[in-house]
Design a protein around this ligand. Structure first.
Ligand SMILES: Cc1cc2nc3c(=O)[nH]c(=O)nc-3n(C[C@H](O)[C@H](O)[C@H](O)COP(=O)(O)OP(=O)(O)OC[C@H]3O[C@@H](n4cnc5c(N)ncnc54)[C@H](O)[C@@H]3O)c2cc1C
Ligand code: SF4
Ligand code: SF4
Length: 661
């Protein structure tokens, strides 16, 4: 007989002795629920040894009261009626465990969200409902069983997916703590979107001047293995023991021989628009180095346009080019995964918003960043696309693809500041240019941001509180923006030489594939979902998998870097300890009832079930206790511990077993 089975049987032989602790949470619950009346009622129920009210059950004093009651009254089950289990269940489980009780002999009833908050003005009804919910909890608590979580070893290596500024920061921090990191980047260079920017707010430092050294630091770090031009194809396993398959796309040259000298590029006769780094402005060759500061500084061939003329092969003195190169794969074992796949800028073209895609002189802020960048396609000269002349009147339109129920309802958070930055850069470079910003509200939170906004106002930039209702083009390709300044009521027809759409952020197009491979939850806006918006902003609901930067939603560089470091700190807890605890609530199979039909296996979102030799195999470390398979099983052979049929039915039957309370 296992130790756990013996403990369970001993417990079942004992009478349940339940302690119920009803929390007022100050007036949060106590203001709407008569907690004393609830405690008095619960105290009369069978199996309840004590029922008391606490001001704050989660406080030190509240927890001490629970521990004392366990010891002094011999409680063998504890129920707390308070707020949400999402934040507080771990606290109370730890509390009862410290007093010597198995942490799963704890029952949580939420009388805040379910009673005091939604019945705020109906005290009597809120109290009545609280009594019923707690009574149902008592019925379930009596049937709770002790469970054990198990310990698994952790491979002391990390995988970071995406090498923008977030992923690079996470990789550097993990590597600096002494652990090996595989940094997988889908593009030919690390750096992400920040490498494309000209200056960065709020200090207006040259973006690549501050990012470049970080990219070199990543490349130099002996603990970081950069896998550029590579993608994660498969991930199996669980916290501490992930098996990862990475695809390395062919660059059609030997990366160890290429020096990025560019001789091949000079000789290549094929020239195409440079859509990747320069946002389609200017051209590049079929063989090219992504940008001068690329890491690794290596060329690659775009086979979709290469004409196989062989000029690059002849030009390359190191014989690096290999047109027969095939994709290859690596298998990695890692203990933790950080996802930092970033974002794409919103594309206004399909809906031709504000004439984008119809009128030449309507561009996006990202295109503007490349135009004003000294190493960009125009060497930093801002020109309008239609006639390559410098614009004298430029208008920025805010919230394009953000705060709009027809596209994305969220605020992209960085674009007000990005337009303030670009408007100021224009004023510095071309002081005679008229610059307008058309906006709904200017959003400039965080340190030095409001001062940045004030500087922009003082520099003569004109702010128009309104968005263009109509946009048209004149014969000489000027843009007419019809806009109402809602502060003055003036309706203006602004004639502009160039109109710049301040586009927001959307999830990177690769996000969905990575999300599905890892089985991370998706938020309503399409970005990946954190475990808790306030308390666990970089954790996911999956142990050992973390998300940071734009992967989790729009944010600027300082916030992205902070999240990169946060991911590293959260991830290295596992690496440093060398072990992880798995969930105690898992599914169990009754082999006498299971007919090995296999219906359940594909249902499991965590791939914890498989058929081996015609029999169901449960990988307990992978099971998250979600219960999906239990519902799918046609014979009822699967039972989820802690949520067994008899435990749930006891709760349900209890609703009908009592009359007036
Ligand atoms: C026009 C504009 C101007 C801006 N100006 C500023 C500014 O001045 N100051 C500021 O603070 N912020 C600014 N921002 C915001 C800034 O760009 C972001 O905060 C920052 O780039 C986020 O970094 P990230 O690493 O999270 O994402 P990204 O920079 O998007 O990096 C993600 C990386 O992951 C890679 N990747 C994607 N999918 C995969 C995959 N499946 N496998 C492997 N790799 C993958 C991508 O190729 C990329 O390299 C601006 C944004 C825009 C659009
Ligand atoms: S073989 Fe292809 S990449 Fe090389 S020079 Fe010719 S077109 Fe350019
Ligand atoms: S940051 Fe400014 S421009 Fe961007 S969505 Fe928010 S309010 Fe609109």
């Amino acid at each position: 007989m296992t130790q756990q089975k013996a403990v369970t049987e001993q417990l079942q032989a004992e009478e349940p002795r339940i302690g119920a602790f009803i929390c007022e949470c100050g007036v949060n619950i106590g203001g709407a629920v008569d907690c004393q009346a609830v405690a008095d009622y619960i105290g009369t129920l069978p199996n309840v040894t004590t029922a008391v009210v606490n001001k704050y059950t989660c406080s030190d004093a509240g927890q001490a009261e629970i521990k004392n009651a366990i010891k002094e009254l011999g409680l063998n089950r504890v129920l707390v009626a308070s707020c949400t289990p999402k934040t507080h269940e771990p606290i109370f489980r730890a509390c009862v465990e410290e007093a010597g009780l198995n942490p799963y002999l704890f029952e949580f009833v939420n009388i805040r969200e379910h009673c005091s908050w939604i019945h705020m003005w109906e005290k009597e009804d809120a109290t009545h409902k609280a009594k019923e919910l707690v009574r149902m909890g008592v019925a379930r608590a009596a049937l709770l069983e002790p469970l054990q979580s198990s310990e698994v070893p952790v491979t002391n290596k990390a995988l970071v997916i995406g090498a923008g500024v977030t992923g690079m920061q996470a990789a550097l921090d993990i590597a600096d703590m002494g652990f090996q990191v595989y940094l997988v980047e889908q593009g030919p260079s690390i750096g992400g979107k920040m490498a494309q920017l000209d200056k960065t707010f709020p200090t207006n430092d040259c973006s690549i001047c501050i990012l470049g050294p970080k990219m070199v630091e990543v490349a130099r770090n002996k603990n970081i293995d950069i896998m550029s031009y590579s993608e994660v194809e498969e991930v199996d396993g669980y916290v501490g023991n992930f098996k990862v398959k990475v695809k390395h796309k062919p660059r059609y040259l030997n990366i160890n021989e290429c020096t990025g000298c560019g001789l091949c590029t000079e000789k290549c006769p094929v020239e195409v628009p440079y859509t990747e780094f320069n946002e389609g402005i200017g051209t590049r060759k079929a063989i090219y180095v992504p940008f001068p500061q690329a890491v690794p500084l290596r060329a690659l061939v775009d086979k979709t346009v290469c004409i196989d003329c062989g000029a690059c092969i002849k030009a390359c003195e190191r014989g690096a080019i290999d047109m027969d190169q095939q994709e290859t794969f690596s298998e990695l074992d890692v203990g933790v995964i950080v996802v930092a796949v970033g974002y794409d800028v919103y594309n206004p073209e399909p809906k031709h918003e504000y004439g984008f895609g119809l009128y030449d002189n309507v561009i996006t802020t990202m295109e503007f960043e490349r135009l004003i960048n000294a190493s960009g396609p125009t060497m930093g000269k801002v020109v309008r696309p239609s006639d390559v002349k410098p614009p004298k009147r430029i208008g920025f339109v805010q919230c394009v693809g953000s705060r709009d129920k027809n596209s994305n309802i969220y605020c992209s958070s960085f674009c007000c500041m990005a337009s303030l930055k670009n408007a100021q850069l224009i004023k510095e470079k071309y002081p005679d240019t008229e610059v307008y910003i058309m906006y709904m509200d200017m959003r400039t939170p965080f340190r030095m941001y409001e001062e940045f906004y004030n500087r922009a106002r003082d520099s003569g930039i004109k702010f128009v509180r309104g968005k263009p209702a109509e946009v048209s083009e004149t014969e000489d390709k000027n843009i007419i923006a019809r806009v109402e300044d809602t502060l003055t009521g003036d309706i203006m027809n602004l004639e502009l030489d160039l109109m710049v759409l301040s586009v927001g952020a959307v999830p990177n197009k690769g996000t969905e594939k990575v999300r599905q491979i890892l089985k991370v939850s998706r938020a309503a806006d399409g970005f990946m979902m954190e475990a808790h918006p306030k308390l666990k902003p970089v954790d996911t609901t999956l142990d050992g998998i973390f998300i940071g930067g734009m992967t989790q939603g729009p944010k600027d560089i300082p916030y992205s870097i902070s999240q990169g470091s946060a991911c590293a700190a959260r991830a290295t807890r596992f690496l440093a300890q060398g072990k992880a605890l798995t969930e105690g609530i898992t599914v169990k199979v009754d082999e006498d009832i299971c007919v090995s039909c296999g219906v359940c296996a594909p249902m499991c979102p965590f791939q914890a079930l498989g058929m081996e030799g015609g029999k169901l195999n449960i990988i307990t470390a992978l099971c998250k206790g979600c219960g999906t398979c239990v519902v799918a099983c046609p014979t009822g052979a699967l039972q989820q511990s802690h949520f067994k049929n008899e435990q749930l039915l006891a709760q349900v039957r209890n609703v009908f077993a009592y009359g007036e309370v």
